[in-house]
Design a protein around this ligand. Structure first.
Ligand code: MCA
Ligand code: AMP
Length: 512
């Protein structure tokens, strides 16, 4: 028996009657799995987790490649009453040590290649069992799955119980774990399924990673809720995506996907039968929107979300999809624009802080009650840190961010985290990290560094110095050594001047 408010229950009910239909086709192996087999595998996974000591509310941390088994682990964790905690595969040991120390998972799942390194970190952070998802390995959950029967009875959970924690970078440099409940995840995917008209006939090209909201909750949960199918690719590859378009109906991607696909001659022909192209996680340039429409006849549907809230707004399925806007608040989401100083709601058209409220909003930051209180108001509104306005037709525009955030290829990078590491390097006096336009990634990371007096520093010293502590996508792509940073009268570094100064650094970088 499943609890009626259980995320897994709502996903399972949604796919009743689809037991023999394809849920997922694996691009790498060519194999398919039916809904029936997928849910059975997830149930076996849940049994294996419980047998290894998982109790309701325990975290299951996972850093593993994108495979069907990882999706089964996600659902298995939720069925077992656990809290799924996916981690970017690019994170280094130093970054993982922080997440494991903060979240205290009972179970860690990783690759056999990283097992030794992570077992050491895990033993210091209270992890009780380390598994892999590699087939035919001892200690593999894929092996353990088949030692356990299907038919696992979901552990009852309330709507407000946690189903997942996803870390999102913090302005102070410390990442914060966004606590996501069963109810928040289930309601948002049901809303989106209806808003974007998903049906069992849809085939979604899934080339996003599944350790973040976009690939895990938006793409995978909606597919499950609609009983549709996935074409599951390990990562982005333009030729592979184009080859599947004639047998697919929907693509979800970050703007970099669309920029890269535009460079291919086959696009116009193969996209003819597609139903929907969705973009999000970073701003889609109006230019990309226009070029896509010209090449394919399709208007990309841009939507806006956050790790803390899942999706908040979307351009309409029917009606005008306005380039440069993120559309309307979703049916169950309230969105207001407030004065960042006073918190007063501003009149339509004025630019201010975007705040959102609804069943999609998270439950707070894991073990950070003060941060939660700063960003989540008592009346339920979440202060997003995005600056925007609502235009005369009701469309939401994001015009900037009050948070010092860089979004590169859809991944978020908080400058503070990098600045702290650079400032600690020998010979460095201070640094400032900024994002500037990049033709492929949208924004590229640039570090501007001031050496200590009399010290000769080279860019390579900085890059080598941070390499082992930072995921590759966070590492600066350019480093400039300067005598001083521009400051205002208050002594604050004027990042806007730095962004202007280095605006063209990546101008010559080819679009892919
Ligand atoms: C890879 N690299 C990157 C990025 N990705 N550098 C900066 N930014 C990136 N995003 C590095 C690689 O390590 C490599 O380093 C070099 O860049 C070239 O890699 P390449 O082969 O071109 O990369 P790729 O494998 O093709 O990946 C690019 C990508 C990928 C397809 C854009 O980053 C991606 O799938 N991004 C999607 C992220 C995502 O799902 N975001 C959603 C978050 P080297 O120099 O060593 O070769 S959820 C969210 O934001 C909210 C909630 C929302 O609204 O959805
Ligand atoms: P994350 O930390 O991964 O949850 O990223 C959330 C942030 O991505 C938001 O606060 C926005 O700044 C940004 N974002 C997501 N979708 C869009 C979009 N369509 N346009 C502009 N920014 C976006």
């Amino acid at each position: 028996m499943y609890d009626a408010n259980h995320l897994a229950f709502r996903l399972r009910v949604a796919s009743i009657g689809r037991e023999n239909a394809t849920f997922l086709k694996n691009h790498q192996t060519g194999k398919t799995v039916t809904y029936g087999a997928f849910f059975e595998n997830a149930e076996r996974m849940a049994s294996a987790l419980v047998a290894s000591g998982l109790k309701p509310g325990d975290r299951v941390a996972v850093q593993a490649p994108k495979t069907q088994a990882m999706l089964e682990l996600y659902l298995g964790t939720v069925l077992a009453g656990g809290v799924f905690l996916p981690l970017n595969t690019a994170y280094t040991g130093a970054e993982l040590a922080y997440f494991l120390g903060d979240a205290n998972p009972r179970i860690l799942v990783c690759t056999s290649a990283k097992q030794d390194e992570l077992e050491e970190i895990a033993s210091q952070t209270g992890v009780e069992a380390v598994f892999t998802l590699d087939a035919n390995e001892t200690g593999s959950l894929v092996q353990a799955q088949f030692e356990h029967p299907a038919g696992f009875k979901a552990v009852a959970r309330n709507e407000s119980d946690l189903a997942a924690i996803l870390y999102t970078s913090g302005t102070t440099g410390r990442s914060k774990g966004a606590m996501l409940s069963h109810g928040a995840l289930a309601s948002n995917s049901e809303t989106l399924k209806d808003y974007w008209r998903f049906t069992k006939d849809d085939v979604l090209i899934h080339a996003l990673p599944i350790f973040h909201t976009h690939g895990l909750f938006v793409a995978s949960n909606i597919t499950l809720m609609a009983g549709s199918s996935l074409i599951f690719m390990a990562s982005f590859d333009a030729d592979d995506i184009l080859s599947y378009m004639p047998v697919s109906s929907v693509l979800m991607g970050v703007p970099t996907f669309y920029v890269r696909l535009l460079g291919h001659d086959a696009l116009a022909e193969v996209s003819k039968g597609m139903r929907l192209f969705v973009s999000g996680s970073a701003p889609l340039l109006a230019e990309t929107h226009a070029l896509w429409r010209k090449a394919t006849g399709h208007a990309i549907l841009e939507r806006y979300g956050m790790t803390e809230t899942n999706m908040n707004t979307s351009n309409p399925y029917e009606g005008e999809r306005k380039a440069g806007t993120v559309g309307f608040p979703l049916p169950d989401v309230e969105l207001i624009v407030t004065d960042p100083e006073t918190g007063e709601t501003l009149p339509r058209g004025d630019i201010g802080m975007i705040e959102v409220r609804g069943p999609n909003v998270f439950s707070g930051y894991w073990r950070m009650p003060e941060k939660t209180a700063e960003e989540l108001r008592e009346n339920g509104y979440f202060i997003t840190g995005d600056l925007g306005k609502i235009d005369e037709d009701g469309y939401v525009h994001i015009v900037g961010r009050s948070k010092d955030l860089i979004i590169t290829g859809g991944y978020n990078v908080y400058p503070k985290e990098i600045e702290l590491l650079i400032d600690d390097l020998p010979g460095v006096n201070e640094s400032s990290v900024i994002g500037v336009p990049h033709p492929d990634f949208g924004e590229g990371v640039v570090a501007v560094v001031v050496p200590e007096h009399g010290v000769a520093l080279a860019a390579g010293d900085i890059l080598d110095g941070v390499a082992s502590d930072l995921a590759r996508f966070k590492q600066p792509r350019e480093v400039f050594i300067v005598d001083e940073l521009p400051r205002n009268t208050m002594g604050k570094v004027q990042k806007n001047l730095l962004r202007e100064r280095y605006a063209d650094v990546f101008a010559e970088t080819p679009k892919r």
